[in-house]
Design a protein around this ligand. Structure first.
Ligand code: NAI
Length: 384
């Protein structure tokens, strides 16, 4: 199969590696020759490291490398059966690339975008045949993260959806099909992990280290929310929150936090700037959490119930199936359990009571219980 990838940055180069490993002939295109050179060099390093670790041999390395051609000419993508765009997150620029591309490729070539925040419908609208357009959303680093969200636009044909799922499954990824709505599954359902933790901090309930300790120790999360925001970058994480918030017509459930905005403005971006919620300078002392189990439980349960509520509401609004929502969170962001399975474990009664308690205290729409949870409680149902 011939695969054309547009944009050879962080995501495009990772997707090219996946397709080439799966045996596809890849044309990796970028307008910037430096970006192409960097992608080629970085693949060389990644594959050499895989050899050192004994995961692949030199023959496999050459096979993968030979499957990728680097080009600054869009015409070289004309034989593609599938193209995946991973360029700058700008609708006008994407639209112009897509309309040029459509005239080059055959009529049955699937034209996909890896966008995180634009609607697939708006991108598809730039094509003469919008039914061939679909979202294929990888996670960073693409070769390592198992999950891929597949997002049909309202214009996308069923045949294109099926073909795309088949291809991505053949690439040994776990597919979760999501509705074309802001944040798709992961970037929507994960918002309270950061947002509620920031609110707990802002209310003075606990400091960063204690909140992180609580979610790791009592929740089993691999990283605490503040460690994770520092890892992702406060600028990047804040922008995702703000984009989702405005795309949801300012639903208070997704409201960004001033703390994160100020950290971002101050340049306290996290690991990449040497300072975020924690100090990453050499010799810096890590703050000690307050390991008070009762306080920790309070924090963990508040964040967890907000995550469960978000996952339940995504199911209520048919954003994805229960299986895909749980898979998305365990395979896309390494949650220790699927949130809906977690809701079953805690009990639906517990979920409704806990979130209602928050609502009664704050009287904010942010804490409204999903109608699905309430209905399930009434009918004594579980998710699985
Ligand atoms: P990046 O900045 O690393 O790479 C973008 C590349 O596109 C650059 O090499 C640039 O030279 C090239 N480019 C820009 N305009 C072009 C054009 N008109 N024609 C051809 N090449 C062009 O960006 P990154 O992070 O790889 O993101 C790409 C896309 O993937 C965006 O839509 C982003 O929202 C999405 N995405 C990013 C994730 C991440 O964690 N970085 C995760 C999932 C999706």
């Amino acid at each position: 199969m011939n695969v054309g990838i547009i944009g050879s940055g962080t995501m495009g180069s990772g997707i090219a590696q996946i397709a080439a490993t799966a045996g596809c002939a890849v044309q990796l295109y970028d307008t910037n020759q430096n970006a192409l050179n960097k992608a080629e060099l970085s693949l060389e390093k990644i594959l050499s490291r895989l050899i050192e670790k004994g995961r692949i041999d030199t023959e496999e390395k050459s096979r993968i490398q030979n499957n990728i051609s680097y080009t600054d000419t869009l015409d070289d993508l004309s034989n593609s059966n599938l193209t995946i765009e991973a360029i700058v997150e700008n609708l006008e620029i994407k639209k112009s690339v897509f309309s040029t591309l459509e005239d080059l490729v055959s009529s049955d070539c699937i034209i996909a975008s890896n966008t995180s925040s634009l609607s697939i419908a708006s991108i598809a609208a730039s094509l003469k045949n919008p039914e061939r357009c679909i979202g294929i959303h990888f996670f960073n680093p693409a070769p390592l993260m198992k999950l891929v969200e597949v997002i049909p636009a309202i214009q996308t044909s069923q045949k294109v959806v099926e073909k795309t799922i088949q291809i991505i499954t053949d690439w040994k990824k776990v597919v979760a099909v999501a509705k074309d709505t802001p944040g798709f599954i992961v970037n929507r359902v994960a918002r309270p992990f950061y947002g509620e933790s920031l609110k707990i901090y802002e209310e003075g309930i606990a400091d960063f280290a204690t909140i992180d300790w609580s979610l790791k120790k009592l929740g089993g999360f691999r990283m605490g929310p503040f460690e994770l925001m520092d890892f992702i970058g406060n600028d990047v994480n804040y922008t995702v929150t703000e984009t989702v918030f405005s795309a949801f017509y300012f639903d208070p459930r997704y409201k960004p936090a001033f703390t994160q905005k100020r950290f971002s403005e101050a340049g306290y971006l996290g690991r990449k700037s040497g300072k975020g919620y924690y100090d990453y300078a050499e010799g810096a002392v890590k703050p000690i959490p307050k390991t008070d189990e009762a306080l920790g439980e309070l924090i963990f349960e508040r964040v967890l119930v907000m995550l469960i509520n978000e996952a339940a509401d995504a199911l209520f609004l048919n954003i994805a199936s229960a299986e895909d929502i749980d898979n998305a969170m365990t395979k896309g962001v390494n949650y220790p359990k699927g949130l809906l399975a977690w809701a079953d474990e805690k009990g639906i009664d517990w979920c409704v009571t806990t979130i209602d308690k928050l609502y009664n205290e704050y009287h904010e729409d942010r804490y409204r219980c999903s109608p699905l949870l309430r209905k399930m409680k009434r009918e004594h149902k579980t998710f699985f």
